[in-house]
Write a protein that binds this ligand. Structure first.
Ligand code: DGY
Length: 322
């Protein structure tokens, strides 16, 4: 590795990883709460050997050219890397890394929390109490949907989708899944999950949870047509990427009551503004992309991102290459 290589870290990440990077490299840290504006990012990246990026930074040909030929590695502080033009990195010989594995369970926990919160109308119930509308025990008050015994349809059966299936077992749900490749018979048996074509999954599931990467193929996978195939009264959960869902169509399905509710950790665009039509709907719960946001997981993501960055600077294979 060059003597004290220069790296740009585009936001303050936990010390568990940042300290590893600063022990070995000259760090230019963008320490503001908001991401660096594009012009400043292009300026600050000039001449660096490594870039530790976040999903809020677009790493494309323009940025790679601004960095120049010395750039060896882009280490994304996320498992998703739809913000990175991986082909443009490859052409320039720039290694790309991400942080898989360490956020699997934490993300599935949040997906399940959204599922439960929407099914049992927790946010609305909380408002009900806070707004002093709780007058008595009501036979028809705030009725929701049962989780136990329901059918869960998982779209995208990678690490996180599988953890979702594991959680569903504990709740006595029946699990269907759809993904590009079918899981092994052992995995299917262990997770009690049945491979099901997409249309059938949409038609049979009481809950549909999205765990697929955002690609050209999955952009608006859940559009008006897909929503119309879902069971009336079903619930949609999205912890993948906002672009997988057509939000205008989703608002329509929630407004008409075709869907009982939706729980979204991710939106398109992000951040979602407070005047977004989805936020006016009482059956839509939105949280600000926090699925991996536990203290321990964010530390572990930082360590992984640091390990990728440092390996790339040394010209070694990344522990977690994209
Ligand atoms: C990821 O890692 O891709 C999540 O969206 C944020 O942790």
């Amino acid at each position: 590795m060059p003597d004290r290589p220069r790296v740009l870290v585009t936001r303050r990440i936990p010390d568990a990883g940042l300290s590893l990077v600063s022990a070995q490299a000259e760090v230019d840290l963008w320490s503001e709460e908001l991401p660096p504006p594009r012009e400043l990012l292009l300026e600050r990246v000039r001449g660096v050997d490594g870039l530790l990026s976040l999903l809020t930074d677009r790493v494309d040909a323009e940025l790679l050219d601004a960095a120049g030929p010395g750039l060896k590695v882009v280490s994304n502080y996320a498992v998703g890397y739809d913000n990175i033009d991986v082909a443009a990195c490859r052409v320039r010989g720039v290694a790309v890394g991400n942080t898989p594995g360490v956020l699997t369970e934490t993300t599935a926990d949040l997906a399940f929390a959204l599922l439960m919160a929407v099914a049992r109308r927790i946010p609305k119930s909380y408002d009900f109490v806070r707004e002093d509308r709780w007058q008595t025990w009501g036979p028809m008050t705030l009725l929701g949907k049962d989780i136990h015994g329901a059918v869960l349809g998982i779209i995208g059966f990678g690490r996180i989708g599988r953890e979702m299936a594991r959680r569903a077992q504990g709740f006595g749900m029946r699990t269907l899944y759809f993904s590009r490749t079918q899981a092994s018979p052992q995995a299917e048996a262990e997770l009690a999950a049945t491979f099901t074509p997409l249309d059938a999954l949409l038609a049979e599931s009481d809950f549909v949870s999205l765990h697929t990467a955002l690609t050209d193929e999955t952009h608006h996978l859940i559009d008006a047509a897909a929503l119309s195939r879902m069971k009336r009264g079903a619930i949609l959960v999205n912890t993948s990427r906002g672009g997988v869902v057509d939000q205008v169509a989703l608002a329509g399905a929630l407004r008409s009551g075709d869907l009982f509710g939706a729980g979204l950790d991710v939106t398109d665009p992000e951040p979602m503004r407070a005047d977004d039509p989805l936020l006016a709907l009482p059956n839509c719960l939105v949280v600000p992309h926090i699925a991996s946001a536990s203290e321990r997981t964010r530390d572990r993501m930082a360590q992984k991102a640091a390990a990728n960055l440092l390996a790339g600077l040394r010209g070694e294979p990344l522990p977690d290459p994209v």
